[in-house]
Ligand binder design. Structure first.
Ligand SMILES: [Fe+2]
Ligand SMILES: [Fe+2]
Length: 316
């Protein structure tokens, strides 16, 4: 039997390529190229940060939910997002990342999270639209990631997607209820849709021509589809849902193209996207500051846990 330490770098690389070719999963103790490790850690960390920061816009409405039922649903949803963040931080640790370091990168603005969470939630209809469109876009992005080449990430994504699907449904159901309500409620829904539609399309990232990492991520089978493919899938899926709800999207160019078999849609404001990604969106500073404060407020819990663990060890 050959032990791993005796294999040359070249053999290890061949084994890695072979695993990918066979569509098998890369596992924590497998050898991986340094660039794969870095890319996976960055991707999982950004995803984890997005889940955690993503609790804020909706958390904003927990104390003001209009009924006990809506409050229970919203609480469950926001707690799910915390869980998603925790699985994903754990997954980064399987590649040697340090959670404290990742949190530090988030609160100092050195590591990013999804730009969508830098927009404000102005009315309760925003809670519904986030569930419907933002969690809907997340599902489009994440279902193919259940087949991502890195095993711990792919497996975490299976459970996350099941929960995201509940999030999407509760959002749609909330909006359907409001659409059956008063004129003012319907207007509130349409206004929220107008504000969230374009940022939701930006969630798929820059256009393929401007996305230099996509090719390598697809070769490593980390990603299975390009940004533009997923964005198109999301548009095609959302239009009939908007019709069922009785709302419109704020895009005069949105039109069925029989030749392509897809909806055409207007140009995304990439200048706005770049502004928000680089920290200048409407709520960037507030989101990061809130996270930093929450992390500091939790310091005593981490200290107490460490002391408790040390005491337990002393007993053995
Ligand atoms: Fe989530
Ligand atoms: Fe979600």
């Amino acid at each position: 039997m050959t032990i791993l330490a005796e294999l040359s770098e070249e053999d290890l690389e061949k084994y890695f390529e072979h695993t990918l070719e066979k569509d098998q999963r890369i596992e924590p103790r497998d050898w991986v190229p340094e660039a794969y490790r870095r890319t996976m850690i960055r991707m999982m960390a950004q995803h984890a940060h997005s889940e955690i920061i993503g609790m804020q816009p909706e958390g904003n409405w927990i104390t003001r939910a209009p009924s006990l039922r809506r409050k229970a649903i919203l609480l469950a949803k926001v707690q799910d997002e915390a869980g998603h963040g925790l699985y994903l931080y754990s997954a980064t640790e399987t590649l040697g990342a340090d959670r404290t370091d990742l949190t530090e990168r988030l609160v100092t603005g050195r590591q990013k999270y999804s730009s969508i969470f830098n927009y404000p939630t102005l009315t309760f209809a925003d809670v519904g639209v986030i569930g419907w469109l933002v969690d809907g876009a997340a599902i489009c992005n994440q279902v193919p990631l259940c087949r991502s080449s890195y095993g711990p990430y792919a497996r975490a994504m299976i459970r996350i997607c099941k929960e995201e699907s509940f999030h999407q449904r509760q959002g749609f159901e909330l909006l359907m209820t409001m659409m059956r309500g008063t004129r003012a409620q319907r207007d509130m829904v349409q206004d929220a849709v107008n504000r969230w539609w374009w940022p939701s399309l930006m969630m798929f990232g820059p256009p393929d021509a401007d996305s230099p990492n996509t090719e390598q991520s697809m070769a490593w089978k980390i990603k299975r589809h390009t940004n533009d493919e997923l964005r198109q899938r999301f548009v095609d899926m959302s239009v009939p849902q908007a019709e069922a709800l009785g709302v419109t999207f704020p895009d005069p160019a949105l039109e069925w193209n029989a030749e392509r078999g897809h909806y055409d849609f207007g140009e995304i404001d990439w200048a706005e996207f770049k502004q928000v990604v680089s920290g200048n969106g409407p709520c960037n500073a507030e989101r990061v500051e809130h996270r930093r404060r929450a992390h500091e407020d939790g310091a005593w819990v981490r200290e107490a846990a460490a002391v408790h663990a040390a005491k337990q060890e002393g007993k053995v």
